[in-house]
Write a protein that binds this ligand. Sequence first.
Ligand code: ADP
Length: 787
Amino acid sequence: MRTAREIRQEIEARFGFFPPFFAPAQDDPRVLENLWQQTLRAYVENPLPVLFREKLFAWLSRYCVVPYCVVCHSCALRPLGMTAGEVLALLESLPPEHGAIDETLARLDASGDSLEGWPTPGSALEEDLFRCSVFLFVHQAQAERCRERVRRLLGPTLYGHLTVFLAYMKTCHLWVEAHPELSYEADERARQYLGPLLREEPRLGDFFAGYRERVRDERMQRERELLEAAGAVQRAEALSQRLSRQTEALLESEEHLRLALESAALGTWDFKPRTGELHWDARCKALFGVPEVAEVDYATFLASVLPEQRDRVDAAVARAHAPGGDGEYREEFRIRRLQDGAERWISSRGRCFFDEQGRAERFIGTVMDVTERRRTEDNLRFLAQASALLATSLDYEDTLRRVATLAVPVLADWCGVDVVDERGQVHRLINVHRDPEKVRLSEEVHRRYPIDPDATVGVPQVLRTGEPLLIPEISEEALVHYARDAEHLRMLRELGLRSYLAVALRSRERVLGALTLVRAESGQNYGQEELRLAGDLARRAALAVDNALLYREAQKAIGLRDGFLQVAAHELRTPVTALKLNVQALVGCTRREEAWSERTVARLTGLERGVGRLGVLVDELLDVSRITSGRLVLHPEELDLAGLVREVAERFRSEAERAGCALRVRGPGPVVGQWDRLRLEQVLSNLLSNALKYGAGQPVEVALSTSPSTSGGRVLLRVRDEGIGIDAAAQGRIFERFERAVSDRHYGGLGMGLWITREIVTAMGGTIHVESAPRQGAAFTVELPRG
Ligand code: ADP
């Protein structure tokens, strides 16, 4: 290892003097050797052009606070031919803007890939290399691209020398700053050239004088910038984090929206009213049956809406666009899809947005296929209508005709109902077609080719098995197969059958008939949905038919019963009348002859009453059958109603006594009119006997009055008792047949008296009503016209 002296000698030999730069290392030969070897290899022997090196050294000295480097290397520039002015200009030139390196690199990129050697001194390329060197020195951490470019340009050797030189300058800066006492005055370069330089350019003196402060300021400024940059970076990072979070949230919400749109099967549209631009998303296009690549506009949309709904939809869109409106749009309409012509129901919702002038700017919204929902609604409506219609008639055939008429044309072009009679014959009961010509034709087919009950297809099959039959499309082969001969085939073809379904009318495990639906010209084929609907309709129809059948049977049974009652009452009447006459004669005898014991007389009188009641009951039975068969005939005659009332009351005198009722008759003088005497007697008798029966023990009053206010004059006949009275709820029904408001145990009776009374009064053109409350008696008022 060499001594410090030996090294110093070598340095002096090399420079012709011992630069003060090495002075602080003199005490330790290892440090001195190290410093010298670095200087020798990186600086003294570095093959980069000396002017480039010195200029770079002088300029980069601004990053070293001790003025030694800047003064010495500025001075070194003078013997290399630079004027003091040029040196000052160099030193004062500011570091290039950070972003400027990009321009420099772009220029270098344009100047080719690699150089043959160092560029011409003073050339633009050398200046760019100068700038790159500064950047590599100052922005070490961000110089990746720059480093890469310079390395490619200079090749490994020159790039190596440049890098070593830059590293050496860093060493110098650290070294000099580590020894701030270092003075340039002792340096030979300064001694020789500083004076002339300063003389030549005195401002250079100012520059050097203010150097420390200047470097310190610049350094502080850089640090401030660095801090700011770090803050900015931090802020930028926070911002970017926030942005990325927001982006994530946005993506997530977009994803939600997409999922929502997808799961609701919603298509979206976006319309710009001013330019007429319309955008449909893929689902929207699919809904309208438009190819995905096709361009659409408002006309495309409107054309797809069924003609009968087009104006309504167009008007709704116009309303949404109207300035000053709320921009809301909500419509349901039917479209015909472009590609396959299928009809669909679309529900569309949208909103129009307006610009500051209130003009419609953007109109966006969604569309959804609601065909299924509409179909279900239509079906339910159809079934509800059917149920209502079916409930209106108890006539078997009429009911079926209503069903068929309802099905055509909603569900079918043709609807037939076939039933099986007791002999197993199939009858076409109903035959309804939207085209009357076709009704005739199908009847003709039926007449000439009656249904074979044993056939294995069609209606006979359904009637036999009760299972539905669906033929979505009737093929030509099927027709040929089904036709019995050429003429039959021709007629079937003429009927234009296209799709067929038949369902059994089944109730209480019995097949009552079959409902057949056929589609011809309306086009659509039947599917499972129509089969289900027809099944629902058939169930309702079968129930109604069954009811109608039951009703018919009940009517028949009632007819039989009434017939029997009539005959029975008739047969009973003759012996009862004879019996009554005989008993009356006997009672007459007993009263005249004293030989009869009192007991016998009482028994005979009781017998007379019993026979009397029997006669009344038989008469009631006869009246029931008369009235129900519409054979109640009146025989009006002129009579005095007041007299008639007194007479009848007189007949009830003894019965009233037995019942413990004081019977009072109130009325004006004669009330003459045209009435059927016997029937009036019957009315009064019914009311009086009820009053004595339900009002026993209390007074009973019969009052007759006339009401002059009514034109033609009416009479009011009122029978009032103070007995058990009638519950308000029962007051309406007691006038119906067999209706009673008392228990059979306490009061005997058939529940027919009031019904017969009302029928008679009604036949006379009058009315009857009751006023009553429980335990407060009852007042029955009959109002009659005079004739
Ligand atoms: P019934 O043979 O039962 O008397 P009606 O047709 O004459 O038949 O009367 C029907 C029902 O009206 C009676 O069962 C009874 O409940 C009620 N009713 C009729 N008249 C009176 C009355 N004066 N007071 C209370 N209830 C009466």
